[in-house]
Design a protein around this ligand. Structure first.
Ligand code: C2O
Ligand code: CU
Ligand code: CU
Length: 494
């Protein structure tokens, strides 16, 4: 990490409109199809590993890998040499056994994002650290009533999570639907972003990008640039989309096709909802039902304002943090030919649990903040130290400290407040959150997510049922640069 000097900061603030237009200095204004890249190949999907007789056993090696990205040779980091890693398909009640080998030069570990499994021991334990050259045997057992849905895995070693996810370490997990929706086909679409230098190595990230949350200059789907999908008219596809970008929000639209939202993060909506766009914060997933119509369409990720640090920096920075200037084309869908067979109606799903009908035993407030570090004054002049502190209730992450303790088996109401000028997508491990109030607005229908965006200078109220498991885990900002810089706290159920 290169610390920014006062001169560099001023230079950033001083760049004029002309320089902005000329590629935004490659900082956070991105075109999604950087120079020298080619896209448009047929979509490929990662290898699928499915459980058999209630068990899925696999080896995952996290290591440097040489892959082709957008027609260029790229040196990335990948699970088992592929970008993304293999897709794991399991059912409720299954056990996943993973031997994770660390072929990287930094410590790592593995997190199964969104799975409702134990946080202890060799299960989904974010405090595990595997040294370079080492390995660890994970075992995740899903309860019999585990919600179906699209989940994912990625490294979670504090201090290295953003670097490792940005480098290419992520993969999909599908928990099969016990009441399947009739579709013509299903697709797993893992969205990530990446920045390469001229030699095809991972581009260096500076301190300003880390404060803002880094955004890669190209946006990939299953490691491909603008892949192409084909379908016949009148078909129904189920798209499982994962936002595996370390910081980029995705405001997705697929014009000209009929799109319904089937699932957000976990479970499924009883009745899918018509949508024209959906926003995925980092870590979020959606399942979309796409009913195809003749013509060609593009899945685009539009610009999204996720706040600015301008105010904090005394207006010295050009920090309008819009994800990706104009819309980025993620993939194209060509629909032609004779009509496919009608897949039939979508059966209604099971009603969702509503924690507003259950007694709440405790309330607490967690405030997410960004402040100048004590050494900021000196830092500006000398270019030393971190300029910004990322905190929860005023404290940076300490894995040894116990921050929040809930009684297992109870329901709590948490107010997530954001006193900073940037959005923070807040993620709790193990236990999903039901959003009951967003800003001043009551959320009327049961809305469950495991990453909840808390907009700048706003607040969101959620309820959490501390079911099933005891143990200690974490809550954090899923802008992984913020997490690595301290915006994470420990949560224990006992
Ligand atoms: Cu997807 Cu704690 O992370
Ligand atoms: Cu997670
Ligand atoms: Cu954040």
């Amino acid at each position: 990490m290169r610390p920014l000097t006062r001169r560099q900061l001023l230079a950033l603030g001083a760049v004029g409109a002309g320089a902005t237009a000329a590629g935004g200095a490659g900082l956070w204004l991105t075109t999604g199809n950087g120079p020298g890249y080619t896209g448009g190949e047929g979509l490929t999907e990662p290898q699928v590993l499915a459980s058999r007789d209630r068990v899925l056993e696999l080896d995952l090696t996290a290591a440097p890998a040489r892959v082709r990205v957008g027609g260029r040779d790229a040196s990335v980091q990948a699970f088992n040499g592929s970008l993304p890693g293999p897709t794991l398909r399991v059912r409720a009640g299954d056990t996943i056994r993973v031997t994770l080998r660390n072929g990287l030069r930094a410590p790592t570990n593995l997190h199964v994002h969104g799975l409702h499994v134990s946080p202890q021991g060799n299960s989904d334990n974010p405090f595990v650290s595997i040294d370079p050259g080492g390995s660890f045997d994970y075992e995740f057992t899903l309860p019999e009533d585990h919600p179906p849905g699209t989940y994912w895995y990625h490294p979670h070693r504090h201090g290295h999570a953003a670097d490792q996810v940005a480098a290419g370490l992520y993969g999909a997990i599908v928990v099969e639907d016990p009441d399947p929706v009739p579709v013509t086909r299903e697709r797993v679409l893992v969205v990530s972003d990446l920045s390469l230098d001229a030699a095809g190595n991972l581009a260096e990230v500076d301190q300003l990008q880390q404060m803002m949350g880094r955004e890669g200059e190209i946006v990939l789907v299953n490691g491909q640039l603008r892949p192409q999908l084909r379908a016949a008219p009148g078909e129904r596809e189920r798209w499982r989309i994962i936002n595996a970008c370390p910081s980029r929000y995705l405001r997705l639209a697929l014009d000209g096709q009929q799109v319904r939202l089937l699932s957000r993060d976990l479970g499924r909506l009883p009745i899918p909802e018509d949508v024209t766009e959906v926003v995925l914060a980092p870590g979020n997933r959606v399942e979309l039902l796409v009913e195809t119509r003749d013509g060609s369409a593009a899945l685009t990720a539009g610009a999204l304002d996720r706040g600015s640090m301008n105010a904090m920096m005394g207006g010295a920075m050009r920090g309008d943090n819009k994800s990706g200037g104009g819309p980025v084309e993620l993939l194209t869908l060509a629909v032609s030919g004779s009509a496919g067979t009608d897949p039939g109606p979508v059966p209604e799903g099971r009603p969702l649990r509503d924690l507003r009908n259950e007694p709440v035993t405790a309330a607490r407030t967690l405030n997410f903040a960004m402040g100048m570090n004590g050494n900021m004054g000196a830092g500006m002049g000398s270019g030393q130290g971190t300029m910004m502190a990322f905190t929860i209730n005023g404290r940076e992450f300490d894995p040894e400290r116990l921050d929040e303790t809930a009684a297992a088996g109870t329901v709590e109401e948490w107010t997530l407040t954001n006193s900073s000028p940037m959005d923070h997508p807040i993620h709790l491990h193990v236990w999903p959150m039901q959003i009951v109030q967003d800003g001043n607005r009551d959320v009327t229908r049961p809305k469950w997510q495991d990453v909840v965006n808390v907009p700048a200078r706003s607040q969101v109220k959620v309820r959490v049922a501390f079911d099933d498991f005891a143990g200690r885990t974490v809550i954090h900002c899923h802008i992984l640069d913020h997490e690595d810089q301290g915006m994470m706290a420990t949560v224990q159920a006992r």
